[in-house]
Write a protein that binds this ligand. Structure first.
Ligand code: ADP
Length: 194
């Protein structure tokens, strides 16, 4: 199963990806987590990325593609993956498609979690209190939502045109959303893939 989760910041991609990872027994690849690991390790890439992330802007497409290529070449992705946080714009969507075509492992489904703006703001405020992420401050959150609307929202059309997009309501209990994601995957996934 090769799956992309789309949705604005706070829509629950990370939470749901962690649940799906257990169900499908495939790795959850979060580009936000990969970047935060670089920041925590103090690598040159991490130092460069931190400021951009704290402002709520997108880290460069080149850095992301390099990181993703390295991650997708690891052995644990042979059975598939759940990608969370990538692609975030059309350039990244095209790069991912090319990369996966090259290794003959196209996506099975793209699930977009839909959550209204009010709920997003409330969820991020709660997460900020619990996790203390330095980019969960009001200015950065506003910027991330704007980047989502301008750069990431068009990615849905890219996958819709390929018959891979399914929309799921991200409001509801964790179990209900997980169930709805699984049904959504079944509705677009080619029957022969696992
Ligand atoms: P959220 O979905 O709450 O914004 P993420 O953990 O997915 O959180 O991402 C945090 C930050 O990491 C983003 O605001 C951005 O700066 C950077 N980032 C993550 N994924 C990408 C990507 N695909 N392209 C560019 N920047 C990214």
């Amino acid at each position: 199963m090769r799956l992309v989760l789309l949705g604005p910041p706070g829509s629950g991609k990370g939470t749901q990806a962690a649940r799906l990872q257990k169900h499908f027994r495939i790795p959850h690849i979060s580009t936000g987590d990969l970047l935060r690991a670089e920041v925590a390790a103090g690598t040159p890439l991490g130092l460069k990325a931190k400021e951009v992330m704290d402002r709520g802007e997108l880290v460069s497409d080149e850095i992301l593609l390099g990181m993703l290529e390295a991650r997708l070449s690891q052995e644990d992705v042979v059975k598939g993956f759940i990608l969370d946080g990538y692609p975030r714009n059309l350039v990244q969507a095209a790069a991912l498609e090319e990369l996966l075509n090259k290794i003959n492992q196209p996506l099975d489904a793209v699930v977009q979690l839909e959550v209204d703006a009010d709920s997003l703001n409330k969820r991020i405020a709660m997460r900020s209190a619990v996790q203390g992420r330095t980019d969960d401050n009001p200015d950065s959150v506003r910027k991330r939502l704007e980047v989502f609307r301008e750069s990431t929202a068009p990615v849905s059309g890219f996958y819709e045109a390929r018959g891979k997009l399914a929309l799921v309501n991200g409001i509801g209990t964790l179990d209900k959303v997980t169930d709805d994601i699984q049904s959504a995957i079944d509705s677009v996934k080619p029957p022969e893939s696992d």
